[in-house]
Design a protein around this ligand. Structure first.
Ligand code: PMP
Length: 383
C-alpha cells in the first residue's frame, strides 16, 4: 500500500531501532528505556479499580476531570509554588501528547522552534508534523549542556515563534539554574516568543532544587508547562500527562481532542488524581534511590577505559562521553549490545551534539546496574 509521502520517507529513530533489537534477544540487561523499574503503588492501582466499580466507565470530559486538574494544580503549588487555575489545565494522553497538541495549536507552516541539542527526539518530529521547522542549537558539556543567550540570538529569525526547554533534561541530566532561566526569559520577552517547558522530571533533582520556568516574572502567560505522573509516580503505562497553558491554547487542545482521542482514559485519570494527592513521600524516597544508583553507576563509568561521565543533576539518566574508546556512539551501542548484551542508547539519537556519548537509564535495580557496568568494563577493555 502506498504510504503518505511524509511517512514513507520517515526513518525509524536510533532509539526505536535499539528497542526493536532487544525484543529479539535473551539475556539483555536493558538500560535503554526511560521508565522506572518500580511498579505503580498498589493503592494507586486500587484507586483506578475503585473508580471503575463506582461507574467511572463513560467518556471523560474533553479537558479532563475537574478533580484531576485540581490535583495537578495542588501538586505544583505544594512542590514548586506554582499557582494556576484548573481551568488552565488540559489532561493529556501521556505528557508526550502535549507538545504534539501544542504545536498543532500554535504553529503556522514554516514557523521555527528553537530546541537545545541533545534533546528528547520526539519534539522535532512533532514540530515537523505541525508544519514547523525544528531548529537545533548545539550545547556543550563544558557548559553543562546549558544554552546561552548568545547562541539563541544567532539562530533567531523573523520566523522564530518559540523555544522548548527541558530541565531536568533527557538525555543529559542537566538542570538549568535560576540565572540561566532568567536570561532565557529576558530573551523570550524581547522577541515575543512562547516556551514549551517540559518539566516531567521535576521530582528528580540531585543538586539544588527545581526551578519552575513559569514562575519567572513575565513567563506565566508565555509558558506551556508540561508535566505528568509517568516518571514521578511510576505510571508510564497509565498514559497520563498534563499541561498548564493560556486559556485559548487549552480550548484549542480540547477541539483537537474532540476529533482525535476524545479525552483520556477515565480510570487512569482517577488513579492519577489519587496519585498526585497522596504520594509525596514515596516520590521523594524513589528520587533518593535514583540518586544513589546514578552515583554508583557514574563511579563505575569513570573507571572504564575511554569513558568519562559528568555528574547528572537531575532526571535518571547518565550521559557518558565514550569518544575515548575510538568508537562512534552508534558503533559503541551496537557492539555493546551484540557482544556484552547490555542495551543503552546512542547519544546521536538525541541530535548531532550527542555524537560521542551514550545514554544510560538508571531505571533498573542496583544489582542489574552494577552487573551491566561489569559487562561494560570488560567490553571497553576488549576494544
Ligand atoms: N518528555 C520527556 C523529556 C521524556 O523523557 C518523556 C518520556 N521518556 C516524555 C516527555 C513522555 O512521558 P509520558 O510517558 O508521560 O508520555
Amino acid at each position: 500500500m502506498e504510504l503518505a509521502k511524509k511517512y514513507g520517507m520517515q526513518k525509524i529513530s536510533g532509539m526505536v531501532r535499539v528497542f526493536q533489537a532487544i525484543e529479539k534477544m535473551n539475556d539483555v540487561l536493558n538500560l535503554s528505556i526511560g521508565e522506572p523499574d518500580f511498579i505503580t503503588e498498589p493503592d494507586i492501582t486500587e484507586a483506578g479499580a475503585e473508580a471503575a466499580k463506582k461507574g467511572f466507565t463513560h467518556y471523560p470530559p474533553l479537558q479532563g476531570f475537574l478533580d484531576v486538574r485540581e490535583a495537578a494544580c495542588a501538586y505544583w503549588e505544594r512542590h514548586h509554588n506554582y499557582k494556576n487555575s484548573p481551568d488552565n489545565v488540559y489532561i493529556s494522553v501521556g505528557s508526550l501528547h502535549v507538545p504534539y497538541l501544542a504545536f498543532a495549536a500554535l504553529l503556522n507552516p514554516g514557523d521555527e522552534i528553537l530546541l537545545f541539542e541533545p534533546y528528547f527526539t520526539p519534539y522535532a518530529s512533532q514540530i515537523r508534523s505541525a508544519g514547523g521547522v525544528a531548529v537545533g542549537i548545539k550545547t556543550h558539556e563544558e557548559n553543562n549542556f546549558a544554552p546561552t543567550v548568545e547562541e539563541l540570538e544567532k539562530y533567531l529569525t523573523p520566523k522564530t515563534r518559540g523555544i522548548i526547554l527541558n530541565s531536568p533534561c533527557n538525555p543529559s541530566g542537566r538542570v538549568l539554574n535560576l540565572k540561566q532561566l532568567e536570561e532565557i526569559a529576558e530573551f523570550v520577552i524581547k522577541h515575543d516568543l512562547f516556551v514549551l517547558s517540559d518539566e516531567i522530571y521535576e521530582s528528580m533533582i540531585f543538586n539544588g532544587s527545581h526551578n519552575c520556568f513559569a514562575n519567572i516574572p513575565g513567563m506565566h502567560e508565555r509558558t506551556l508547562l508540561c508535566g505528568g505522573v509517568a516518571k514521578s509516580h511510576c505510571m508510564t503505562g497509565w498514559r497520563i500527562g498534563y499541561v498548564f497553558a493560556p486559556q485559548n491554547v487549552i480550548n484549542t487542545m480540547c477541539v483537537l481532542s474532540s476529533f482525535q482521542t476524545y479525552g483520556v482514559n477515565t480510570l487512569a485519570q482517577k488513579a492519577a488524581a489519587y496519585a498526585m494527592n497522596t504520594q509525596d513521600e514515596k516520590v521523594k524516597e524513589r528520587a533518593k534511590i535514583f540518586g544513589e544508583r546514578m552515583k554508583a553507576v557514574r563511579e563505575k563509568l569513570n573507571n572504564m577505559k575511554g569513558v568519562k561521565c559528568h555528574e547528572a543533576e537531575g532526571a535518571f539518566y547518565l550521559f557518558p562521553d565514550i569518544s575515548g574508546t575510538g568508537l562512534t556512539s552508534e558503533e559503541f551501542t551496537w557492539k555493546l549490545l551484540n557482544e556484552a548484551h547490555v542495551a543503552v542508547l546512542p547519544g546521536s539519537a538525541f541530535g548531532e551534539t550527542g555524537e560521542g556519548y551514550i545514554r544510560i537509564a538508571c531505571t533498573q535495580s542496583m544489582e542489574i546496574l552494577l552487573n551491566s557496568m561489569d559487562r561494560m568494563k570488560n567490553f571497553c577493555e576488549s576494544l
